[in-house]
Design a protein around this ligand. Structure first.
Ligand code: KG4
Ligand code: ZN
Length: 347
């Protein structure tokens, strides 16, 4: 089967996504977000997210089929996020996918959400070259990956030892009095700010740390440094300069992410870096990576910002890659795995 028609269902966090692809061609990408329900809590409330998925799933599926102009019986396979993510949220998507697979007698593929964030780039820029290095930056994960084959061969070079990059954005946004989700809010607040105004720390970048943590990250000290800066200003009755603090924090995150990503490409002998995950939508990260990969002679592949967040499209296109690779479908008895490691593409 060369160009499988695949339905992808994503429900790991607060977005109900249904995507449809034919091979790498995107036919539909419908997303219903429950984000506004979580704003007043300052973060995603798992039970609220699960209920919202339950309500949104069928209408979102219907919209995706209408947009793609296909019927359920036309599908060659059903792909679904099996993990990682919130248990209750994952179960909603997985149950729907199992029901469809059973009723339609179609093969089911339970795939990895994180690998979907990397693979989504294939929709716009074609197959990934081998080897390829990936910088995965999402709300819950931050990793540097060696991608041999998107369907079956992912190796982790390093990851965060504490907070993920997106988590740092969300926590710092709260400290700065900005709304959830913090990433887009800080990205916006940083416009016009001086990224050199405050010298925030860049963890795990000095030679003694690099020996053990060359491809690892740490953002919790940075988050504390921003909190100290804000507290100190309050103590002495000084207003903080929001654009300067936001830009300086953002620069510290993006400086470390981009420097380590380019180093990982060198280490792997990879001439391509692919960016994925919610934080991949960040304007400064995209710009700094563009500069640094160009200097290093590395091609940078960045999905459009709309494809950086959680979508059914990323699950559908990863599912299509798995089908094309001829891998066996998952059994109908697979369970959701909130802690699924990034190295396990297919469950
Ligand atoms: O990948 P994603 O949609 O969900 C997870 O799989 O976790 O990532 C969500 C994260 C949130 O932490 C959000 O604040 C962050 O991505 N994010 C951004 C931007 N847009 C979303 N971070 C920085 N800059 C942005 N423009
Ligand atoms: Zn995600």
């Amino acid at each position: 089967m060369s160009q499988p028609l695949v339905l992808g269902i994503e429900s790991s966090c607060d977005e109900t996504g249904v995507g449809i692809v034919r091979g790498r061609e995107l036919l539909a990408n419908e997303v219903a977000s429950s984000m506004e329900l979580h704003v007043r809590f300052g973060g995603v409330v798992p039970e609220v997210a699960s209920r919202a998925h339950l309500q949104a799933l069928l209408p979102t599926l219907r919209r995706a089929l209408d947009t793609a102009g296909v019927g359920l019986s036309d599908l060659d396979a059903i792909a679904v996020t099996a993990g990682p993510g919130l248990m209750g949220a994952l179960v909603v998507g997985l149950s729907a996918a199992k029901a469809l697979a059973l009723a339609l007698d179609k093969p089911l593929y339970g795939v990895n959400h994180l690998v979907g964030h990397v693979g989504v780039d294939m929709i716009e820029h074609g197959r990934l070259p081998r080897p390829c290095c990936a910088l995965l930056v999402s709300g819950g994960h931050t990793s540097l990956l060696a991608v041999g084959d998107i369907a079956s061969d992912i190796r982790e070079l390093g990851s965060t030892i504490d907070d993920a990059a997106g988590e740092a954005y969300d926590k710092v946004a709260r400290v700065l009095g900005l709304a959830y989700p913090g990433g887009p809010a800080i990205d916006k607040a940083a416009v016009g700010g001086d990224p050199k105004a405050v010298a925030f720390p860049r963890a795990l970048t000095v030679p003694k740390d690099l020996a053990k943590h060359r491809f690892d990250f740490s953002f919790s000290g940075l988050k504390t440094a921003v909190a100290r800066h804000v507290e100190t200003a309050a103590l002495v009755g000084r207003e903080i300069n929001l654009p300067d603090v936001a830009a300086s924090f953002q620069e510290a995150v993006c400086d470390v992410l981009s420097a380590k990503a380019v180093d990982a490409c060198r280490f792997l002998g990879a001439d391509t870096l692919v960016l994925g995950g919610g934080v991949a939508a960040n304007s400064r990260l995209r710009a700094l990576l563009e500069e640094r990969t160009a200097d290093a002679g590395v091609a940078l592949r960045r999905p459009s910002p709309v494809l950086c967040t959680d979508t059914g499209a990323m699950i559908a296109v990863l599912g299509a890659a798995v089908v094309e690779a001829g891998l066996p479908p998952s059994g109908l008895d697979i369970g959701a795995n909130p802690g699924l490691p990034v190295t396990r593409v297919l469950v």
